[in-house]
Design a protein around this ligand. Structure first.
Ligand code: SAM
Length: 231
């Protein structure tokens, strides 16, 4: 993967960035996503935000080597602190992190969101708490995608602030749109997870130390919810 050939995962993320966007890519690492989009003429400008020095330098290098310093600002900053009102950001991508981390970035940076930005989020696990945050903050999920690359399941969640929205606990757990579409990738992901839950419960039974009842109950409830989804 590089700034010309994105991974399949980032390529799918790229399709959800509106044409001509002013993009903030938070946790940009190497900066491949904003640089690839800028090279293709797909966006107007970008901010690449990074909290860690080594990836920040890597993003700076990618931008410099592509001679895009005028169009892409690389900033060393925690989460949405990378964004200034004068950037007039219209889309924010936060990819390749746990859903809880993405939620925390959105929550602690709330004051920097105008509410007009499209959020393009690609959590690695922790989708439920992320969807909960979106619902609690009046964001509607407009697209959801699930893809499998290198034996990992990746989700992409695209959301915009539209006003109050209500999702059921099942929709928060599985994804409201994925539940409707029931794609083969979605069903095989949850079949796999159900097998894991059963293995976990079997391990609990044979554990030398008793597992707390509420932990067991949590897994039992999840296994039941998944079984109901799959029937
Ligand atoms: N977004 C890229 C992708 O999807 O390929 C890179 C993902 S990389 C696994 C996660 C990056 O997020 C790391 O470079 C890390 O330093 C950065 N990161 C984690 N927490 C952050 C935060 N609060 N603010 C900015 N960057 C953060």
């Amino acid at each position: 993967m590089n700034e010309q050939t994105l991974s399949q995962r980032l390529e799918r993320v790229a399709t959800h960035v509106p044409a001509g966007a002013r993009l903030a890519d938070i946790g940009s690492d190497h900066g491949y996503l904003p640089v690839a989009l800028m090279r293709r003429g797909a966006i107007a400008s970008a901010v690449a935000g990074e909290a860690a020095l080594t990836p920040f330098r890597s993003a700076e290098r990618t931008v410099r080597e592509n001679d895009l310093g005028q169009q892409i600002s690389v900033r060393l900053a925690n989460g949405l602190a990378a964004i200034e009102p004068s950037d007039e950001i219209t889309a924010i991508s936060i990819c390749g992190m746990g859903g809880e981390t993405i939620r925390d970035i959105l929550d602690s940076g709330k004051a920097r969101l105008s509410g007009d930005e499209r959020l393009i989020l690609q959590p690695n696990g922790g989708e439920q708490p992320l969807r909960q945050w979106l619902m609690d903050n009046d964001y509607r999920i407009l697209h959801e995608e699930l893809l499998r690359e290198n034996r990992f399941d990746y989700e992409i969640i695209v959301a915009e602030r539209t006003g109050p929205v209500k999702y059921t606990s099942e929709e928060l757990y599985f994804g409201p749109l994925q539940m409707q579409t029931r794609s083969p990738a979605f069903l095989s992901k949850w079949q796999r997870i159900l097998r894991e839950k059963h293995k976990t419960l079997a391990r609990f039974e044979h554990a030398r130390q008793a597992v707390p009842e509420e932990k067991v109950q949590e897994i039992v409830d999840q296994a039941r919810m998944i079984t109901e989804l799959l029937v």
